[in-house]
Design a protein around this ligand. Structure first.
Ligand code: NAD
Length: 480
């Protein structure tokens, strides 16, 4: 069986302690490769390589850095099929989704920041008659990038592309649940002419290698995407070392539907915003609030569409949903369905594991699930489930739905369906979220700030925000 390797100093290498962990294929429930179980020695080796590479990379002209990053982007594009198949196999998502969303977006992330850096500028502030301030933005040095399993290469590249563009060297760790496409990236970096040590990719568990990256004194900034509890731990660990932190954490996003919306468009988009990627997107709208006058109509038509959703193996072109990412995650999602029942909810459809035919009979498949009858403040409506489970709740007034929408500890994104322009602005202004979509979902412009408020995170990714995060401003004053 294949053994994955770390990528340090421009070369693939085995973990120093020689330990490995199993890598499962969610579609079949079988182990299909082994992942390095790296530790502090591997982190040290990566930091040493990054330290040596930093003067080369940070002093290279922006044009040259940009060209290498464009090549990286093109290198992924040239291996599109290999990356798409690998992402689907590692994560359980349909091949069609990896081919339409994940890998094209990773290509765009590198291309976007490769070119954005060419236009990145800093400010100057003139003090009439006295002097002038100019601000330079310098790369930080060695930065740590840690990413989750739901959109593996997409979110990994969303961090490392701006960090590299800004001139930093990286010690990066993809999720141990979905390491494969990050593993493949090493080859592309070699082919793109990335100098050794600029991009180091370590594999292994969060509690060991992830923790060692966060704790290493020479890693000056941490960009993390993952669960809120992990983010809290990382913040606690990194804060006394005065590291720069970007934390993109969990969500429990509201999807608010007013009676005056375009019903047809809302319905098909709501199907996606509920169950795309098996509901495992931090931006999925898991709490659906529907104005009472259309509640029954929505319920009937939504449930009909959900029941027609094909859950199948990721290779099946008909599959709208594949497998969830792991057995423990499947068990967690199903345990929330049981909790919802205990809390008085009625499962309108789904809530069960799906058994497919061999060789997929041990895979982790769940029917998309719709639950009604729950109080807005019960645990099922407050805690992140991160799977194919949504709740539906009627509302009567704007005030009431705003109160329910804003009632969770999270504040990542919100979706709003209405054709009343004034109401759209009013609601957008008051929703506690970093991102609000009106009559749309998951429309992404890479220039816009991306991130959440409250327990959904600290800081923003995307566009200039990311380039500012990965640089330190230095102000210089000169007297006239
Ligand atoms: P997770 O927090 O378990 O793991 C995320 C990453 O952190 C993994 O690489 C993991 O190995 C590592 N890690 C775990 N413990 C660590 C530690 N002590 N020190 C350093 N690294 C550690 O999250 P997950 O289960 O992989 O991902 C799902 C979560 O990610 C959900 O909560 C989801 O909402 C969130 N998410 C947020 C966004 C966003 O942009 N806000 C995007 C995608 C996913």
């Amino acid at each position: 069986m294949e053994k994955l390797q770390n990528f340090i100093n421009g070369e693939y290498c085995d973990p120093i302690q020689g330990q490995y962990i199993d890598n499962y294929e969610p579609a079949t429930g079988k182990v299909y490769s082994f992942i390095p179980n790296s530790g502090t020695e591997d982190v040290q080796k990566a930091v040493d390589a990054a330290e040596k590479a930093f003067p080369i990379w940070s002093k290279m002209s922006i044009e040259e850095r940009s060209k290498i990053l464009v090549k990286l982007s093109e290198g992924i594009e040239a291996r599109m099929d290999e990356f798409v198949q690998a992402e689907s196999r590692d994560n359980g998502k349909p091949v069609s989704l990896a081919g339409h969303v994940d890998i094209p977006r990773a290509v765009s992330n590198f291309h976007f920041f490769a070119t954005a850096i060419l236009h990145f500028a800093s400010e100057s502030h003139n003090m009439e008659g006295l002097g002038i301030n100019y601000t330079v933005r310098k790369p930080i040095g060695i930065v740590g990038c840690i990413s989750p399993w739901n959109l593996p290469l997409y979110l990994f590249s969303w961090k490392i592309a701006p960090a590299l563009a800004a001139g930093n060297c990286i010690v990066a760790k993809p999720s141990e649940v979905t390491p494969y496409t990050a593993y493949l990236l090493g080859k592309v970096a070699q082919e793109a002419g990335m100098p050794p040590g600029v991009l180091n990719i370590l594999h292994g568990e969060g509690g060991s290698v992830g923790d060692a990256i966060v704790k290493h004194p020479k890693v000056k900034a941490i960009s993390f995407t993952g669960g809120t509890k992990t983010g809290e731990y990382i913040a606690r660990t990194a804060a006394p070392m005065f590291k720069k932190l970007s934390l993109e954490l969990g969500g429990k996003n509201p999807n608010i539907i007013f009676a005056d919306c375009d019903f047809k468009e809302m319905l098909s988009t709501t199907l996606r915003s509920s169950f795309a990627n098996q509901g495992q997107i931090c931006l999925c709208g898991s709490r659906i609030f529907v104005e009472r006058s259309i509640y029954n109509k929505f319920k009937e038509e939504f449930v009909k569409r959900v029941e027609a959703t094909v859950v199948s193996n990721p290779q099946d072109p008909a599959a709208k949903m594949g497998a969830v990412v792991s057995k423990p995650h499947m068990e967690k999602v199903l345990s929330y369905v049981e909790l919802a029942k205990e809390e008085g909810g009625t499962v309108l459809t789904g809530g069960v594991q799906v058994k497919l035919d061999e060789p997929y009979d041990e895979g982790y498949y769940i029917r998309p699930t719709v639950i009604e009858g729950l109080a807005y403040d019960c645990r099922s409506n407050q805690e992140e489930i991160f799977g194919p489970v949504v709740t539906i709740t009627p509302f009567d007034t704007e005030e009431e739905v705003l109160m329910m929408a804003n009632s969770t500890e999270y504040g990542l994104s919100s979706t709003l369906w209405t054709s009343d322009l004034k109401r759209a602005h009013r609601m957008a202004d008051q929703l506690q979220a970093g991102i609000v979509w009106i009559n749309a979902w998951l429309v992404r412009d890479l220039r816009t700030p991306f991130g959440g408020v409250k327990a959904s995170g600290v800081g923003r990714e995307g566009g200039w925000e990311a380039l500012r995060f990965f640089t330190e401003p230095k102000n210089v004053f000169i007297k006239y």
